[in-house]
Design a binder for this molecule. Structure first.
Ligand code: ZN
Length: 245
């Protein structure tokens, strides 16, 4: 493709610093690990960002030069600046930036603000999970088998309090009987959003070949139609939009 997709992988990056078992699994951080595993895709230009970085990792300049934002957060959701959350939401709605929420991002401020939901769900211990590909014709399911298995993942179960997804791509079965909509798509304003459940910090799920393929597929699906747009004014359709500030 002519222009690369500018991807920013944002990570709270806290478990890796305080839990030896997580540091052993993801020595470069979950964000650093995901970047490394996506290196095969020459269409991507990847930047890493973390909560403890200046501007919580997302300066206006970086945010305005991001086509797709990936988000992993868990124990410090409340520290994320509300102004930043508003800017992320605006960039999705007005510039078409893609947003991909990974695992416990279901409770992150940006995910809740963009989708308009609490993101609450039923929670349980780690157990066996089968991810079913329930929408094999979807671009995010390209190359993914009818199902794949994690010997151990954290149980997330229904009811999952989200706005109804436009499309469900993956649905999961858990060993103790729960089910969960584990891969969901939405459109909001100009933007596309994907949520994907696997990826608990003590589980090696980001080493799974199908997980990496799904994340790569989702980046391409969520990328805005016009890659490289930095401001709403550059968007081809912006002049025709009635925007209330
Ligand atoms: Zn977790």
């Amino acid at each position: 493709m002519d222009k690369k997709i500018r991807v920013t992988i944002w990570n709270e990056y806290t478990h890796e610093k305080h839990m030896p078992e997580v540091a052993a699994l993801y020595p470069e951080g979950i964000h650093g690990h995901i970047k490394k595993t996506l290196a095969f895709d020459g269409d991507l230009e990847i930047t890493l960002a973390a909560l403890d970085d200046p501007n919580q990792g997302l300066s206006d300049e970086l945010l305005n030069n991001t086509d797709v934002l990936l988000w992993w957060g868990h124990m410090r959701h409340g520290e994320v600046d509300d102004g930043l959350v508003g800017r992320i939401r605006e960039r999705v709605y007005r510039c078409g930036m893609g947003f991909i929420g990974l695992h416990s991002a279901h409770h992150s401020k940006p995910f809740r603000a963009i989708i308009g939901c609490t993101g609450d769900l039923l929670w349980g211990d780690e157990q066996k999970e089968i991810v079913w590909n329930v929408n094999p014709g979807h671009p995010i399911a390209a190359g993914i088998p009818e199902h794949f298995v994690f010997e151990s993942e954290e149980m997330y179960g229904e009811p999952f309090y989200i706005a109804p997804p436009d499309e469900v791509v993956f649905a999961s079965w858990f060993e103790h009987g729960n089910i969960f909509r584990s891969g969901c798509c939405w459109r909001r304003g100009m933007g596309r959003i994907f949520y994907f459940q696997p990826g608990h910090e003590t589980c090696p799920s980001f080493y799974n070949e199908h997980v990496i393929r799904i994340i790569d597929n989702a980046i391409h699906w969520a990328a805005p139609c016009e890659i490289g747009v930095e401001t709403p004014e550059q968007c081809r359709y912006f002049e025709k939009l009635h925007v209330n500030n």
